[in-house]
Write a protein that binds this ligand. Structure first.
Ligand code: ATP
Ligand code: MG
Length: 541
């Protein structure tokens, strides 16, 4: 295993490529890139090293220097990984955008960051062009699908790469050098630009080994898009810093393709999200009997609370556990998790990972007794702790008190040290003097045979302060009926309590989710109240 800090060299780009070649992995497959039609393209660590060297030289040749911001704006494509690693090698701060962002979302990020360059594809150029006059610092757009340069400042990736040398001397990069700029998912408001430093790789590597259990023999697949933090921390950096072979699938969600990949590529460790797992639960159980999954050791989940019913389904359907992991854009790496070797308590996120101290604190920073709800906090100072919110030092400062980072989530710890997620602090429902977890009600609703997905919010109420409103989608074969609505409400009453019972059950064809699969509760709430839904740039379209 590579130590990220060997020789005082903290450069993430180098540690994931050149260092891997020196460690004997040059000919090993680093990335098996699989197209939507399931064609394979393999890249060895040597290929990644040479190509990212070329890209570092491209940026250098275009006059980029340390600390400048550069973004990828691509669907999953080999160039995205190469540009990411190449920028890091040249100490250019790299950001990643979801490929379906529109003009406003682009401006909110590229403009906010003062980006000087972006790599994209031809058909996206017009979206950037529409807001370019408001981004005076943007110097270059590089396109991956043109053989020729299109203008003085719209350049061909292939041409630039062909003219660039594959030799690049990565500067000795300090731990404190800015590396990555990630905008949060924007679940609660405008996305915030989170800055991570090269030192963060120590956390990515430690958790990829210690939580995901990765070692050099693994075939690992993280389904996350590189537009959000899971796609970089665990879809690029952690695994490659350990010399692990990664699958990257360019197709979208498709149960048939996904399970073929798991089976035929002999995936050993699979990292995905609750929303994908809940969608997979919609398939007939017979669908899964065709797949053997004999190599699959572990399944991990992140991004949203993992409902106990999903864990039960995986045990029933393919005899595997799913391990929940909790982290945020701001924490950069997994902080709390279930993991092999630790008994899973379905519904709990698990325990803090090695080297992390988590605590439940009051707003004033005092400890909260076990089993009681409070702010989920992490003792400051871990390597992948964010360094700032770009252009918003005040918001950054407001997240820390007495040496603890306040995550904005509400949780409790049980007597055995397991942490239980209750909701985002703003989402926890306060009804008739009781604090109610939207996650707990959603998990209960998923136990009902007819219910496929559920989102629960609290809305203002004159008498109760807030009342519980549930939004549900049904499995294909079911339709709304008054009896079903009654059944749903009674089920929650019996299973949880009468205070948790939804006052209203709204049946929807889809639950609104953002691009990383998170239920957008603020959109549900605003729609219910007929209010403005606010920034929805990350909403799935
Ligand atoms: P914004 O900060 O802009 O509102 P966001 O918080 O959705 O966006 P992310 O940093 O991608 O952006 O998401 C982190 C949040 O996702 C956590 O704070 C938590 O609310 C939720 N989350 C992540 N993993 C888990 C998990 N395992 N269990 C419960 N919630 C989770
Ligand atoms: Mg957040």
């Amino acid at each position: 295993m590579t130590s990220p800090a060997s020789d005082g060299q903290f450069n993430m780009g180098y540690l994931c490529t050149g260092k891997q070649c020196e460690a004997g992995n040059a000919d090993k497959i680093a990335m098996r890139f699989i197209t939507p039609s399931l064609e394979r393209h393999d890249y060895s660590f040597r290929d990644l090293d040479n190509l990212s060297n070329r890209f570092a030289n491209v940026l250098k040749g275009l006059g980029f220097s340390k600390g400048d911001a550069f973004f990828t704006f691509l669907p999953k494509a080999p160039a995205q990984f190469i540009a990411f690693l190449g920028a890091l090698k040249h100490e250019v701060t790299i950001g990643t955008l979801f490929s379906n962002f529109g003009e406003e979302a682009i401006l909110d990020r590229l403009g906010d960051a003062g980006a000087q360059g972006v790599i994209t594809k031809k058909s996206f150029v017009k979206k950037i062009a529409a807001v370019r006059s408001q981004m005076p610092r943007l110097r270059y757009i590089i396109v991956v699908d043109s053989d020729e340069h299109l203008a003085d400042d719209i350049l061909s990736y292939d041409r630039l790469m062909a003219d660039a040398s594959a030799e690049f001397n990565t500067p000795v990069t300090t731990a404190e050098t800015p590396a990555i700029l990630h905008y949060t998912s924007g679940s609660t408001g405008k996305p915030k630009g989170v800055v991570h430093l090269h030192r963060a790789l120590a956390s990515h590597a430690a958790t990829a080994a210690g939580v995901l259990g990765l070692n050099g023999d693994d075939i690992y697949w993280c389904t996350a898009d590189q537009g959000w933090v899971t796609g970089t921390s665990y879809g690029i950096l952690g695994p490659w810093s350990l010399g692990v072979t990664q699958i990257q699938f360019a197709g979208s969600y498709n149960p048939e393709s996904w399970f073929k990949i798991l089976d035929e590529e002999a995936v050993t460790v699979w990292y995905t999200a609750p929303t994908a797992l809940r969608m997979l639960m919609r398939e007939e159980p017979g669908f899964y009997s065709r797949f053997v999954l004999k190599s699959l050791r572990h399944i991990f989940s992140v991004g949203e609370p993992l409902n106990p019913e999903v864990i039960a389904w995986a045990r029933r359907t393919f005899d595997r556990d799913i391990y929940d992991t909790w982290f945020q854009t701001e924490t950069g790496a997994i902080m709390i998790s279930n993991r092999p070797g630790l008994d899973i308590r379905p519904g709990a996120m698990g325990k803090p990972v090695d080297g992390i101290e988590a605590a439940i604190l009051t707003d004033e920073g005092n400890p909260v007794a076990d089993t009681q709800p409070g702010n989920l906090c992490v003792k400051a100072g871990w390597p992948s702790m964010f360094a700032t919110y770009i252009n918003n030092a005040a918001a950054y400062a407001s997240k820390f008190r007495d040496g603890f980072y306040f995550s904005g989530d509400t949780a409790y710890r049980d007597e055995d040290g397991y942490f239980w997620f209750l909701g985002r602090t703003d989402d926890v429902i306060n009804t008739a003097g009781h604090l109610i977890s939207p996650f707990e009600i959603e998990s209960t609703l998923l136990e009902i045979e007819e219910v496929a997905e559920a989102g629960v919010v609290g809305v203002p109420d004159e008498i109760l302060f807030e009342k519980v409103v549930a939004f549900v989608t049904l499995h294909k074969q079911y339709t709304y009926s008054q009896e079903l609505e009654l059944k749903i409400r009674l089920y929650v009453t019996h299973k949880l309590s009468s205070v948790a019972t939804p006052h209203d059950v709204v049946f929807l064809p889809e639950i609104p989710k953002n691009k990383s699969g998170k239920i957008m509760r603020r959109v549900l709430k605003a729609t219910y109240l007929g209010a403005d839904v606010g920034d929805i740039s990350t909403l799935e379209v």
